[in-house]
Design a protein around this ligand. Structure first.
Ligand code: IMP
Ligand code: MG
Length: 345
């Protein structure tokens, strides 16, 4: 055990968000013994789709521990919108999920204000989710932001994270991320990025000792999607088909997501930088339904579009190709999961 008896497993998205982190967080929270689930970055720009007991939920701020009575914390790497947060509490409650005494916000977490929402609300350049995320982080770093402990409506939820969680004995945290590597403020395709850290480094910033990190669960899809202002989807009807079959519409904004084949170079970089130990590839069933198997694999291609397409004759061939590549990065075959269900991995 690390210092203070803490260990943590971290969930990171390896592409552009919307890879199914919510599903994996829900699965891990159900199947392993965590004492806390902690959301480590982003705000209500995120939309995590979770099927719980056959019912669909979309969470924006609140981590998946709440579905199983595990204390769920919004960490200081996040920005929280008090209005959206309260709406989310109400919507979970009306769906039969108990939130009382289960949901906490670190007192040093910054907030999204009405001014942030208004400013982001007219964005056209980046194609943001217009939830005030970028302006809230800008003000945090500009040292003019408003922390949660200054907002009356959030008082009942506030905790001193080090004192009330990190310093306790036998703490086992599941750290749930938002957005993804391709949207990361440092590693994404700047300026078409979000304003927070979407990597394991981002999780550690929330007060988790680096030596406490055990498993790093990287989440990808068998193809890529992106929502935002840049052009991402290549020409070809196949990409619209993938989007239709995969129901690729934003869970927060309802916008149609652009699609492309999975980019191996982006994936490999994200695996390396995050130190991924386990990996889930979601939506195998979608490529199966459209009957096409391909990736982009060209080491010298620019990250923005283009790249050489490598086609496969079958699902088996594509899976074998991926597993072989991941072996060179130290990811064991037994730690690779190909998923084709909305509810399970
Ligand atoms: P922002 O995070 O709202 O500032 O948006 C910046 C970029 O990140 C835009 O391209 C958004 O569509 C994208 N983005 C933000 N949150 C998510 C998410 O949860 N899933 C997918 N894309 C996201
Ligand atoms: Mg989403």
């Amino acid at each position: 055990m690390a210092k203070g008896g803490i260990s943590a497993d971290v969930i990171v998205d390896l592409q552009y968000g919307d890879c199914g982190k919510g599903k994996v967080a829900h699965h891990l929270a159900r199947s392993k013994k965590y004492t806390h689930v902690l959301r480590y970055n982003g705000g209500c720009n995120a939309g995590h789709t979770i099927f719980h007991k056959g019912k669909k939920f979309v969470t924006h701020h609140i981590p998946a521990g709440v579905f199983f009575g595990i204390p769920s914390i919004i960490g200081p790497g996040c920005v929280v919108d008090p209005l959206a947060f309260k709406r989310e509490i109400r919507s979970l409650e009306s769906g039969g999920i108990k939130t009382k005494g289960m949901v906490f916000i670190a007192r040093n977490t910054h907030t999204i204000t009405a001014a942030h929402r208004a400013e982001d609300g007219v964005d056209k350049k980046i194609g943001t989710t217009r939830r005030g995320n970028g302006p809230a982080y800008r003000d945090k770093y500009g040292r003019t932001g408003v922390r949660a402990d200054k907002v009356a409506a959030l008082k009942p939820y506030l905790i001193d994270l080090p004192k009330e969680v990190l310093d306790k004995k036998n703490v086992r945290i599941l750290a749930e991320g938002a957005q993804g590597f391709g949207l990361d403020i440092d590693w994404g395709d700047y300026p078409f990025v979000t304003s927070s850290h979407c990597t394991v480094g981002g999780a550690v910033l929330n007060g988790i000792p680096a030596s406490a990190v055990r498993e790093v669960w990287g989440i990808a899809k068998m193809y890529e999607t992106y929502v935002g202002a840049k052009k991402f989807q290549p020409k070809g009807d196949i990409f619209n088909k993938i989007g239709d079959v995969g129901e690729e519409f934003g869970s927060t904004t309802g916008r149609r997501r652009q699609t492309n084949w999975m980019n191996m170079q982006l994936l490999e970089k994200a695996i390396r930088i995050n130190g991924v130990t386990h990996i889930v590839f979601n939506k195998v069933d979608v490529l199966r339904a459209v009957g096409a198997w391909a990736v982009i694999d060209s080491p010298r291609a620019k990250s923005r579009g283009g790249g050489k397409v490598k086609k496969f004759a079958s699902e088996k061939e594509m899976k074998a190709f991926i597993a072989k590549r991941l072996a060179t990065l130290g990811v064991k075959k037994s730690n690779i999961f190909f998923s084709e269900s909305k509810e399970r991995i």
